[in-house]
Design a protein around this ligand. Structure first.
Ligand code: SF4
Length: 265
């Protein structure tokens, strides 16, 4: 899928969200909040639901929590525009209450479709309701700052899930900000681990040359060898890192990370 196709597919989903009446939250919303960001990103942040400011703006994370999320993203050298940001439910729960299970279930197909289109390497959960979708049964206090493989049924078919507190955690109590900063500091390493994992899995599903079925057509002459196919990951992209991570031993085995390796775009 090209960048343009991916962007168009996300806009189709967003248009459906804006007129959705699948759950009661449509009755009290001002604007639905489908999500926004880079359609070619490797990292998707999933919050819980729009707040009062987001309900008015029709955009995710634009209030105080959004400003803190942007600061946290920038603290690791990335930009907000580099990632995609969305929520478990796309409409404001009145009074900023928690989304109800039936509302989360009604809205789930939109998130699944967004993740299927984006195919991220890392899904960052922001808050306990997002965590409950991607790490069912886990407690945020136990798993924040850690990652595990995503269940493909979530729509993220080959991703690591990285758990974080919601930014509001630090707005209620400023002393919690350091926890968020420490946790997001582990996100670049998680992205590198996710890339390695995806590369390994892609290699494992690629049949060895000798095992590949013979082509129907005449094989090329020995003097005219078939050019080796470029691996998809090596295709040039406007949005992927300029400096690829060193595939050899890296900070993942204990040494300090090279700052260039942590560049998302
Ligand atoms: Fe539809 Fe989701 Fe909004 Fe409910 S929260 S009305 S399911 S878009």
């Amino acid at each position: 899928m090209t960048d343009a196709e991916r962007g168009a597919a996300l806009e189709v989903i967003a248009d459906e969200v804006r007129v959705c009446t699948r759950c009661r939250l449509h009755e009290t919303r001002a604007k639905a909040v489908p999500g926004e960001g880079n359609p070619d990103t490797e990292v998707v942040f999933v919050g819980e639901g729009p707040g009062r400011d987001e309900n008015q703006a029709g955009r995710p994370f634009v209030g105080a929590s959004g400003r803190l999320l942007t600061e946290l993203i920038e603290s690791i050298g990335w930009q907000r525009d580099d990632v995609f940001i969305t929520n478990v439910v796309k409409c404001w729960p009145p009074g900023n209450r928690d989304p109800q299970p039936d509302e989360i279930a009604a809205c789930a197909p939109f998130l699944e479709r967004q993740l299927a289109v984006l195919d991220p390497a890392v899904v960052v959960t922001a808050g306990k309701h997002s965590l409950s979708v991607f790490m069912p049964g886990e407690r945020i206090g136990r798993v924040h700052g850690t990652s595990r493989p995503a269940d493909p049924a979530t729509g993220a078919r080959d991703a690591l899930v990285f758990a974080m507190y919601h930014p509001a955690f630090a707005l209620y109590d400023g002393s919690n900000r350091s926890t968020l900063e420490t946790d997001i500091g582990g996100l670049p390493e998680t992205l590198l681990a996710a890339r390695d994992r995806r590369a390994d899995r892609a290699a494992a599903t690629e049949p060895p040359a000798a095992a590949r079925p013979a082509a129907d057509t005449e094989p090329p002459a020995a003097s005219d060898p078939e050019p080796a196919a470029e691996p998809a990951a090596a295709a040039p992209s406007t949005f992927h890192p300029v400096v690829e991570p060193d595939p050899g031993p890296s900070f993942l085995v204990g040494t300090e990370p090279d700052a260039d390796q942590l560049t998302l775009f």
